[in-house]
Design a protein. Structure first.
Length: 87
């Protein structure tokens, strides 16, 4: 019985640890959607452009946290986002 329980827990831990911690999860995409100004952007486009520009979710945070060091990257990102603006 203990062996079965241990095996089950080991498999559960293995499957939960296989997720990429830097991947864009549905929860992270929802945070982007919530941050999106729908008066300014098509939010589906906003999320799609952000995920394409920053394949790793942590890159999005790190880049925007240090705007002065990442000015070119941020300018390119906002230029892509301009295509998502509502008219």
């Amino acid at each position: 019985m203990k062996l079965k329980l241990f095996s089950f827990l080991a498999i559960a831990i293995l499957f939960t640890s296989c997720d990429d911690p830097q991947a864009w999860t549905d929860e992270r995409k929802q945070v982007l959607t919530d941050k999106c100004d729908s008066d300014l952007y098509d939010c589906d486009c906003y999320v799609k452009t952000t995920v394409e520009t920053f394949p790793k979710a942590q890159d999005y945070n790190k880049t925007l946290e240090n705007e002065s060091a990442n000015e070119e990257k941020i300018d390119a990102y906002y230029e892509k986002l301009s295509e998502c603006m509502t008219e």
